[in-house]
Design a protein around this ligand. Structure first.
Ligand SMILES: [Zn+2]
Length: 138
């Protein structure tokens, strides 16, 4: 909504989820506690306990991530999955009036990451085999 406002479109710009704040990228993904919980819960599955809590800090954190390649790919896939699932939840609430609990959204994020691992494995890439092994114990 903040982008639509910056383009001078005729919208209120109020968050469609809480109805009390300006809807921005940072508000939607981090300030709105319900959806920020999805990000934190998904990272807890990876035993990451110090999850950054703003858009800019996540980008910096991902850029500087110093784990091995497999772990970095998993974290990036979790980030992508969170963006997709949170945006999908926002649109479902806005257009359909339905609500899904954070634990179920987090489950969808993990499912996406596992599916990507299987797809990579099926394309006979070593990284796919490594990622499938990772998810078999995570
Ligand atoms: Zn809100």
């Amino acid at each position: 909504m903040d982008r639509l406002l910056s383009w001078e479109l005729d919208v209120e710009g109020i968050c469609s989820l809480c109805g009390t704040h300006q809807e921005s990228r940072n508000h939607l993904f981090f300030e709105y506690a319900f959806l920020a919980e999805v990000w934190r819960a998904a990272l807890l599955r990876l035993r990451v306990y110090n999850a950054p809590t703003s858009w800019e800090s996540v980008i910096d954190w991902l850029s500087a991530f110093s784990g091995d390649r497999q772990h970095k790919v998993v974290v990036l896939q979790i980030w992508q999955g969170c963006l997709y699932e949170i945006w999908k939840e926002r649109n479902s609430r806005f257009h359909l009036g339905t609500t899904v609990p954070p634990s179920k959204i987090c489950g969808g994020v993990i499912c996406i990451a596992r599916s990507k691992a299987v797809a990579l494995k099926n394309s006979e890439r070593k990284l796919g085999t490594d990622l499938v092994s990772f998810w078999s114990v995570a």
